[in-house]
Design a binder for this molecule. Structure first.
Ligand code: PMP
Length: 303
């Protein structure tokens, strides 16, 4: 990650080093925040923020889940994110966060002041160039994806990311690039920060939203793009065995984009090389986000 110059904090731009919160901020102690991760791409007509409106909607929905009183409209948030990107020199990723920034001890979050920050950075390749080009290795995590009865799995709430961090760390300790988490039923939920697709018997499958996943915006984009390319896409329960024996497996996420998976728990997926369908979708996605296909211009927020 490379830092930038200015961070937007409650309507004002402050220098990177001055964007501070108190050590007793409720969010720091209890995880009471929500956030988004959004990519910015260069196109032939300048910078574009990919699916900004959908990301802002998901952020606002997460605020609703947490009962945060957000004093900005959807348009104002889009504008503030766009202004933050413009304010800084080298940006490919934006992270808006809404969190309980007030100083408070105790679990009651009611009436703790809300803070809203927008940070832009240069992230580059999230899973590393090698994983992106040659395919990533996964391990099934011993940590389960928090399920819908125990946590708001469908909202990007800071606190529940501790499980993703533990799963990711476990994957790294075991020499893999990423972790796949199971849900309470033992079916595939998703990776630490990506949704999962498998290609099997000529169809694409991805876990259902009721299977304790975050409903990824990249997942949604790939479902539409794959449908347009003539693939049947099914939201279904996916077992671990179905994943091991799929012809292809790939992950989707704003940061990771489309990354092929070639090995899971020491088993090769297909012939152990990035699959054809995943590659086709990854290439199409790379064009779509850079404005090279007018059909998907609706997803670009040009700045
Ligand atoms: N699952 C989790 C747990 C995530 O954190 C992310 C990243 N936001 C995703 C899936 C992928 O979502 P998106 O495509 O919207 O980035």
């Amino acid at each position: 990650m490379e830092k930038t110059e200015k961070i937007w904090m409650d309507g004002e731009f402050v220098n990177w080093d001055d964007a501070k919160v108190h050590v007793l901020a409720h969010a720091l102690n209890y995880g009471t925040g929500v956030f988004e991760g959004i990519r910015v791409y260069e196109t032939s007509k300048g910078l574009s923020i990919f699916r900004l409106k959908e990301h802002v909607k998901r952020l606002m929905d997460a605020c609703k889940v947490m009962c945060f009183d957000l004093k900005y409209t959807h348009d104002e948030i889009c504008e503030a994110i766009s202004a933050t990107v413009k304010m800084n020199k080298k940006v490919d990723y934006v992270k808006p966060c809404v969190f309980l920034g007030g100083e408070a001890v105790g679990l009651n979050p009611i009436n703790v002041p809300v803070k809203f920050t927008i940070t832009s950075i240069y992230l580059g390749s999230y899973l590393g160039k090698e994983a992106q080009e040659k395919g990533a290795s996964l391990v099934t995590s011993s940590w389960f994806r928090p399920w819908n009865l125990a946590a708001p799995a469908g909202a990007k709430v800071n606190g529940i990311y501790v499980t993703s961090c533990l799963a990711k760390m476990e994957a790294k300790h075991r020499g893999a690039d990423e972790a796949v988490m199971l849900n309470a039923q033992g079916n595939i939920a998703e990776c630490s920060g990506e949704n999962l697709f498998i290609f099997k018997r000529g169809k694409l499958y991805t876990s259902k939203t009721s299977d304790s996943i975050l409903e990824g915006i990249t997942r949604n984009s790939i479902m539409e793009i794959a449908g347009d390319l003539g693939y049947e896409v099914v939201e279904d329960e996916i077992t671990r065995i179905e994943m091991y024996t799929a012809d292809e497996v790939f992950m989707t996420g704003t940061a990771a984009e489309i990354t092929m998976v070639t090995k899971i728990d020491n088993r090769l997926i297909g012939d152990g090389k990035p699959g054809k369908v995943g590659k086709q979708l990854a290439e199409k996605y790379a064009d779509v986000v850079r404005g090279k296909d007018p059909k998907y211009e609706k997803w670009l927020y040009r700045i």
